[in-house]
Design a protein around this ligand. Structure first.
Ligand code: BDR
Ligand code: CA
Length: 313
């Protein structure tokens, strides 16, 4: 099994990514670490606990609370896209206890406990990861692999013309992470997600037809995003975060990837959070593997397998 931590701003597809980490038999999910991003922080925590509960794993995987705002900028939300991120399902979590340790400390500790073995799937702004880099000089070496959802490769942003949400929210953190020397794999928004990880009505119907608690949960958590996507001309729900978890656990899903030098714009007026992904011709040394094409059917089948599991809601 693959030991991993998921660092998340839990809403919509973050919930699905957690289900992958919680229920894929090849995954050994050691922790969920929370970072400011999609929706209000407390709501994200409720969404994470609700996902644990729906997966039947409540109390088995610790939840650590992390950075409540980006390194240097005010928080920007995606509530206009995701609503509360749970389709109104988030449960009352007043009885549930997140861990007392800060998420950044937990990341540092967990990586140090098994140097070179832990993978981190970072599917929100990179604030916690950048903080861990700053905190412990050994963190980068201790992390086995870092899988990042963010940026676009020669494509459009989703929050501005230039920028994808996760990098836009905390560009300073993203820049620091790419400069840090991790073994990093990037799952970008465009073109990868938009070409290979959008579930159209036929696929959504197939998931609804599973008739499982997890299939129903999927439909609900994706409902607000589906409405938003349709308004902006995307024909279905988008699944960049669960794809990121899936390619770590199932590298055979990757059909094509390239080595790039990735850097993130922090100063631009119109380009805040833009991911500059340079290939060999620009003469810069590669620091990341960028996923360019995946087996879209294989990814969908994998999610169907996860969502077919019968768990206690
Ligand atoms: C990313 O931004 C968030 O809204 C999603 O959770 C995903 O991680 C896509 O740009
Ligand atoms: Ca996310």
């Amino acid at each position: 099994t693959t030991p991993l931590v998921i660092d998340t701003d839990t809403a919509q597809d973050d919930c699905v990514a957690l289900l992958v980490g919680l229920l894929d038999p090849g995954a050994d999910l050691r922790a969920i670490t929370m970072v400011a991003g999609n929706v209000g922080f407390e709501q994200q925590v409720r969404n994470a606990f609700t996902t644990l509960s729906v997966a039947g794993r409540l109390g088995e995987v610790p939840v650590y609370l992390g950075s409540r705002r980006p390194l240097v900028r005010p928080w920007v939300s995606a509530e206009n896209v995701h609503g509360d991120g749970s389709g109104g399902l988030a449960m009352d979590c007043s009885e549930l206890e997140p861990e007392p340790e800060h998420a950044v400390d937990a990341l540092v500790r967990l990586a140090a406990e098994s140097p070179g073995e832990l993978s981190i799937v970072a599917i929100g702004p990179l604030t916690n990861i950048a903080m861990a880099v700053a905190k412990d000089p050994d963190f980068v070496r201790n992390v086995g692999a870092l899988y990042v959802m963010g940026g676009s490769n020669n494509g459009r942003g989703n929050i501005t013309a230039a920028a994808e949400f996760n990098f836009y929210v905390d560009p300073e953190a993203a820049k620091a992470v790419f400069a840090a020397g991790f073994d990093v794999t990037v799952v970008p928004w465009d073109p990868l997600t938009l070409r290979h990880a959008v579930f159209d009505q036929e696929r959504l119907d197939a998931i609804a037809a599973l008739g499982t608690p997890l299939g129903d949960f999927f439909g609900r958590v994706c409902s607000a995003t589906l409405e938003f996507d349709r308004r902006v001309g995307i024909d279905g729900t988008t699944h960049p975060d669960s794809l990121t978890a899936a390619v770590l656990l199932h590298p055979e899903l990757v059909r094509r990837s390239g080595r790039y030098h990735v850097d993130v714009e922090t100063a631009g007026e119109l380009t805040r959070g833009y991911a500059a992904m340079s290939w060999g011709v620009h003469g810069l040394e590669a620091n990341a593997t960028v996923v360019e094409e995946v087996d879209a059917d294989g990814f969908f089948d994998h999610l169907v397998e996860v969502l077919s599991r019968r768990t206690v809601p």
